[in-house]
Design a protein. Structure first.
Length: 263
């Protein structure tokens, strides 16, 4: 029976999930854990796929370990949480050809490429896809150099550890590059912020009316003027009362009429 597990390299522990899968088969769980940890110790800190081929009659088992994905191995080598989101602009690390050979050694058993040179080129392709430089260069350049035979000596010897001097030089190169990348990103962010601030300021300036706003204001004032024009002075109460109809005028007119009759 085949049991598939995904465990922490070198740190498999007993638990409900393990007991549920292995308990019914009657195998020695402690022995399985010990053997799995021994076979995955080199992948410490990474998730490792493991297959257990268990003989249900004899309770014997065979462990088959699969190496983590190449990208995970490379990130682990550089202590990275993730690769680059913009591989053409931002690099996340700089490793030696010896580091590439080391990863190729780990992956070779699970690769279609059984030749070490082909395995190295496959790892270099993954370096390029996650933004990792090799020997201070874009990883794709290294593939061409490997094809030209530049690293035949290191690959043939399967040299998997650079000198401390080389490591220091690679780190220095990358640290300088990282500083330049961060400065460029900061400048771009500042420019974007300045543009947004200018836009906000322009929209918030008081007292400045656009042509459309001025037209709306003029239209709003027009009806008030028209209403005032429609109300003539003749319609006011004073204009409607003629002087002849006033009480004083009537009183003065009556004596004059009586005197005219007597004559």
């Amino acid at each position: 029976m085949i049991i598939k597990l995904l465990i922490e390299g070198g740190d498999m522990k007993p638990g409900p999930a393990i007991a549920q899968q292995l308990g019914p088969l009657g195998v020695n769980i402690g022995k399985v854990i010990s053997k799995v940890n021994e076979s995955t110790r080199s992948f410490k800190g990474m998730k490792v796929p493991v297959e257990l081929d268990i003989n249900e009659k004899t309770k014997d088992f065979i462990i088959k370990t699969f190496s983590p994905p190449t990208a995970e191995l490379l990130k682990n080598e550089l202590k990275l949480e993730k690769g680059s989101a913009k591989i053409s602009e931002v690099k996340v690390g700089n490793i030696a050809i010896e580091d590439v050979i080391k990863v190729a050694q780990i992956k070779k058993g699970n690769m279609l490429e059984k030749d070490m040179k082909a395995a190295v080129k496959s790892v270099l392709g993954t370096c390029a896809s996650v933004g990792i430089m090799v020997e201070n260069k874009n990883a794709n350049e290294l593939i061409s150099e490997v094809n030209e035979g530049k690293y035949n000596k290191e690959i043939s010897a399967e040299k998997n550890e650079p000198t401390s001097e080389k490591r220091a030089a690679l780190n220095k190169y990358f640290n300088d590059l990282k500083s330049a990348q961060e400065a460029k990103a900061a400048a771009a962010a500042a420019a974007a912020q300045a543009t947004e601030a200018a836009k906000t300021e322009a929209e918030a300036k008081p007292g400045e009316k656009t042509p459309a706003t001025a037209a709306k204001t003029a239209t709003a004032k027009a009806p008030a003027k028209a209403d005032a024009a429609k109300t003539p002075a003749a319609k006011t109460p004073a204009a409607k009362t003629p002087a002849a109809k006033a009480p004083a005028a009537k009183a003065a007119a009556k004596p004059a009429a009586k005197a005219e009759k007597k004559k």
